[in-house]
Ligand binder design. Structure first.
Ligand SMILES: *[C@@H]1O[C@H](CO)[C@@H](O)[C@H](O)[C@H]1NC(C)=O
Ligand SMILES: *[C@@H]1O[C@H](CO)[C@@H](O)[C@H](O)[C@H]1NC(C)=O
Ligand SMILES: *[C@@H]1O[C@H](CO)[C@@H](O)[C@H](O)[C@H]1NC(C)=O
Ligand SMILES: *[C@@H]1O[C@H](CO)[C@@H](O)[C@H](O)[C@H]1NC(C)=O
Ligand SMILES: *[C@@H]1O[C@H](CO)[C@@H](O)[C@H](O)[C@H]1NC(C)=O
Ligand SMILES: *[C@@H]1O[C@H](CO)[C@@H](O)[C@H](O)[C@H]1NC(C)=O
Ligand SMILES: *[C@@H]1O[C@H](CO)[C@@H](O)[C@H](O)[C@H]1NC(C)=O
Length: 665
């Protein structure tokens, strides 16, 4: 018997030892909710539950046996008789660890889920390196964010918090892109915090998620890092069923930590956490780790043997979960179909007029409500390019973006079909003295955060970098829960570039929301969107709209107005006096502060959307000091644009640029 067989035997033996009868270390840990986390939902009292339960058993047995095939991930379905009592389940090892550790973890988790969740229709068990989940709903390929688990390392970070946060934030955003792009949907990374201190982080998604959905899921997980788990902490994790992130000051991804497949540092899971209870050390807790350590030392040695196999496993993953393509056919609508849906573009179905054409509400034959945008400036781009661009934009899917469902081409007519968003646009609420009262501070906060997430997705999405160029309240729609959804993004691609350039001369974007460098010189960048976002933030807080001097509620230049209050150290005077309910003054001041940072004159001084999202979600950080905006004077009061009046109408007004003059102070 050679050395490696011996080691292998030893490993097998100890893993058997570990999962014979309820493993004491696990059980103790579990009872105290420190080492594993589970959630059994939707307990059933139904008489057919026993059938369902036997299907669960079949499924879990299959998962356990599949885990011995060097698989990091496996999903399966146990179909009941007559298709009832079907169980869907999967396991995933969330690191590129040794297959033996993965297997041990999965087997242990499957046993645990069986013993803990005796009446659940749906359940999940998490360890630090793997999890097992089953449900009676087919959850494959959808993005699930509940149940959620957030752990934090109980040690606070000692050192420069600002630097730590910036590095962490950059790392997590890089990881999101890297994980979404990779075929295994897994990435890890380290960075130097100081000369002798590194920060380690990793991100993962279920391998069958599309890059977009993975990125979407991780964006939300990352946004929770400062809020729900880890503010000021030196480590933590956010885990969703579909994706997760973790960061620590030690290389938790390395084999030395993977051995403790019983999670090491995480404490106080949010939803269980009978906090304060101390765990006493049992004899098992001394013996078992020693054995585990031994085994894993051995496994570390064997590790390189598995390298090759692991590679081929990646190839398999790549094959089965390659890029999914939104097909053109699925996006194309027939003109008669659209005519029926909108009752031949009947006037009563008209719900708006945007910069690029009129918008109609429609109902498809299957009952789905749609918004139909009939492009006016249809020439300039061939059908093929148009289709290609629609296909690209249709892939941008985020809950804070209005979804593009497809297109319709008929002769010269070009039509875009969007999801229908029930409430009206933000300006409808914000600039109406009565409706404005409906917006509480927490709703305004939610709207600001949602807009920020949507723009961040456009700017940093893994495949495209989209600059909106025309962000304004009338382009922010509100759904029935008052969640914001940004519309009209990607129009620069769909309507051909020539036309955009042509209208650049007369300012694309809506007067007042566009950044000075864009208005004056036609330069645009992501920072132009940041500027528009900043103006919107100030408007949402104050309920006042930028320059429209005819009405009493309006101010000439909201930038200077806000700045003046800020400089006088009375920022709260900016706040809409009609806001009802309670709010934290500190929060409001932070939002005003962020708004002012976004509208600074020099684009380089404005933060990126990633930084803004971070600021919005952190509570105790020091923001940079905003610089004073230059004095801004309007020569004449003829500018009388309703907030939803589109910019291309300025073509009619010859005074376009000359209305604005900047006087340096
Ligand atoms: C596993 O998940 C994929 C992706 O959603 C799905 O197509 C496939 O049917 C699932 N496999 C089983 C056995 O359910
Ligand atoms: C379901 O039952 C399990 C025990 O089998 C229990 O731990 C869990 O809390 C119950 N969940 C609900 C939602 O009642
Ligand atoms: C992305 O997730 C959504 C929501 O979970 C799902 O409906 C959609 O099919 C997913 N898209 C892809 C391409 O997997
Ligand atoms: C379990 O998950 C559900 C949502 O799926 C959540 O409402 C519930 O609070 C969770 N329970 C525990 C104990 O975490
Ligand atoms: C991080 O620190 C190590 C050692 O201190 C050094 O070798 C490495 O170049 C540093 N990496 C970066 C990106 O600065
Ligand atoms: C928690 O840990 C303590 C000490 O190990 C142990 O006595 C107890 O049984 C465990 N379980 C609970 C529910 O406290
Ligand atoms: C991954 O995503 C990033 C960021 O969006 C993108 O720039 C990069 O090209 C992508 N990498 C690969 C290999 O697709």
């Amino acid at each position: 018997m050679d050395f490696f067989s011996l080691l292998f035997l030893l490993a097998t033996f100890s893993s058997h030892f570990l999962h014979c009868s309820p493993s004491p270390i696990l059980q103790a840990a579990l009872d105290n909710s420190t080492h594993a986390y589970y959630n059994c939902t939707r307990n059933s009292t139904s008489a057919t539950y026993n059938t369902y339960r036997s299907n669960i058993k079949t499924l879990l047995d299959l998962l356990s046996s599949e885990s011995s095939n060097n698989a990091r991930f496996y999903n399966s379905t146990a179909v009941g008789d007559n298709n009832v009592n079907t169980v869907y389940g999967l396991f995933l090892c969330v690191r590129d660890i040794d297959p033996k550790i993965c297997q041990t973890c999965v087997i242990e988790a499957a046993k645990l889920i069986t013993s803990l969740c005796t009446t659940a229709k749906e359940a999940i068990v998490w360890y630090s390196v793997c999890y097992v989940r089953y449900s009676d709903n087919s959850f494959f390929s959808i993005v699930e964010k509940t149940p959620e688990l957030s752990f934090m390392n109980d040690k606070d970070y000692v050192g420069q918090a600002g630097r730590f946060n910036n590095i962490l934030w950059d790392m997590l955003n890089d990881l999101r892109n890297a994980a979404a792009n990779s075929s295994a949907k897994l990435a890890d990374k380290s960075a130097n915090l100081t000369e002798n201190q590194k920060l380690y982080a990793s991100a993962w998604c279920l391998p069958y998620l599309s890059a977009e959905n993975c990125s979407w899921c991780l964006t939300d997980a990352i946004a929770e890092v400062p809020t729900s788990c880890c503010r000021g902490k030196s480590g933590g994790s956010i885990l969703y069923p579909s994706c997760g992130v973790r960061f620590e000051l030690y290389p938790f991804n390395k084999i030395s930590d993977s051995i403790s497949w019983v999670p090491p540092s995480p404490t106080s899971p949010r939803s269980l956490a009978p906090s304060g209870k101390q765990k006493t050390i049992t004899i098992f807790e001394i013996i078992v780790p020693i054995i585990v350590l031994l085994v894993l030392l051995v496994l570390g040695y064997c590790c390189f043997l598995y390298r090759k196999e692991r590679k081929s496993r990646h190839d398999i993953l790549k094959e089965s979960f390659g890029n999914d393509i939104t097909t053109l056919e699925s996006l194309q609508f027939e003109f008669p179909q659209i005519e029926v849906a909108t009752d031949r573009f009947a006037a009563e179905n008209r719900i708006g007029k945007g910069g690029f054409g009129e918008v109609y509400k429609g109902i498809l034959s299957d009952g789905q409500e749609i918004a139909v945008k009939r492009l006016t400036r249809s020439s300039g781009q061939g059908a093929v390019e148009f289709k290609n661009e629609v296909q690209v934009i249709a892939k941008l899917q985020h809950r804070n973006l209005v979804r593009l469902l497809g297109f319709c081409l008929e002769d010269e007519e070009k039509i875009l079909i969007y999801e229908y968003v029930p409430n009206k646009s933000l300006d409808y609420f914000l600039f109406d003295p009565q409706k404005r009262k409906l917006l509480s501070w927490s709703q305004r906060q939610k709207i600001i955060k949602g807009i920020a997430r949507g723009i961040l997705y456009l700017h940093e999405d893994s495949r495209l970098k989209i600059i909106h160029r025309d962000l304004k309240p009338s382009n922010v729609l509100l759904d029935s829960n008052m969640n914001p959804k940004i519309s009209d993004f990607g129009m620069a691609r769909i309507v051909s570039i020539d036309q955009i350039e042509e209208s650049t001369c007369t300012i694309v974007g809506t007067y007042g929301y566009i950044s000075p460098e864009y208005a004056m010189h036609g330069y645009f960048s992501v920072k132009s969107d940041v500027y528009s976002f900043g103006i919107m933030v100030l408007e949402i807080i104050s309920g006042k709209r930028k320059g429209c001097c005819a009405e009493s509620e309006c101010i000439d230049d909201i930038r200077r107005y806000a700045w003046t209050k800020w400089a006088k150290q009375t920022p709260l005077e900016l706040m809409d006096s009609g806001i009802e309910g309670t709010y934290s003054q500190e929060e409001v001041i932070k939002y005003i502060h962020i708004g002012l940072l976004c509208v600074q004159e020099d684009p380089d001084e404005r933060p990126t959307m990633a930084t803004i999202a971070f600021y919005l979600n952190s509570s105790s950080i020091n923001l940079p000091i905003p610089l004073e905006p230059p004095y801004f004077k309007r020569s004449g009061n003829e500018e009388n644009m309703a907030p939803n009046k589109e910019l291309d109408n300025t073509r009619d007004s010859n005074n376009g640029m000359t209305m604005t003059q900047f006087f340096p102070r």
